[in-house]
Design a protein around this ligand. Structure first.
Ligand code: CA
Ligand code: CA
Length: 219
């Protein structure tokens, strides 16, 4: 952006021609799985507070909690494969605004049991079936928890659920998941009406010309 345009935008902002939106993320879901089942581990756990689950193991004291710890997590976590590949889907279909961002943050780790080929797919799907985001994660077996953050552009208003599901060898051992945080955010860029920009540019040029006047003329 050149200097004149920067000055024009600054003047436009000062005189209120340009609306500057303040982005304020809206929390949609935050889940560390620590309070599930009273803090006790369980195979094929299906009573998650925030998720509809199938073939998911809750790893916590009493059921393979040491796997979470070997992946660098000190708290309960989730094994994405129970007796077979499993899935976790948010119970809530989140309201999404047009021209907004859906931000997904989550921790994934390898299976910690020397397996190979395990995967976890994360996706955001509208209630009408439109795929808004999908990504496959494949981590080495001994990989510790890594935090992933994805900002997904939402062009149109609607409702959608976030989902994780596992893939790879069906051997009752899957990648680990923890600390899922979902939020929504408006975009900071606000379209500037062309007429307003022209007006602002004119103001800037006028200001520059005035500053260019010889001081002698003011005496
Ligand atoms: Ca946890
Ligand atoms: Ca597996």
């Amino acid at each position: 952006m050149n200097k004149t345009l920067r000055q024009a935008l600054a003047i436009a902002w000062m005189i209120g021609v340009v609306n500057v939106a303040q982005a304020t993320p809206i929390a949609l879901l935050s889940d560390n799985f620590d309070l599930e089942n009273g803090g006790a581990g369980a195979a094929e756990y299906s009573r998650f507070t925030n998720f509809t689950a199938a073939n998911i193991d809750l790893l916590a004291p009493g059921y393979f909690a040491t796997l979470c710890q070997s992946a660098g997590g000190g708290t309960p976590c989730v094994d994405m494969e129970g007796s077979g590949n499993g899935s976790l889907t948010t119970k809530t279909a989140f309201d999404l605004a047009a021209n907004s961002l859906f931000i997904a943050q989550f921790d994934l780790a390898g299976d910690q049991r020397s397996r190979s080929g395990n995967q976890v797919t994360a996706e955001l799907v509208s209630i009408t079936g439109e795929m808004l985001y999908q990504e496959v994660f494949a981590l080495a077996s001994d990989a510790g928890f890594t935090t992933f953050i994805r900002s997904i552009y939402i062009p149109d208003a609607g409702q959608a659920r976030f989902k994780f599901f596992s893939g790879g060898p069906a051997d009752s051992m899957g990648m680990l998941l923890d600390n899922v945080v979902l939020s929504a955010d408006s975009l900071t860029a606000v379209p500037v009406p062309p007429a307003a920009l022209l007006f602002a540019s004119g103001m800037a040029v006028l200001g520059l010309r005035r500053r260019a006047q010889p001081m002698a003329q003011c005496v």
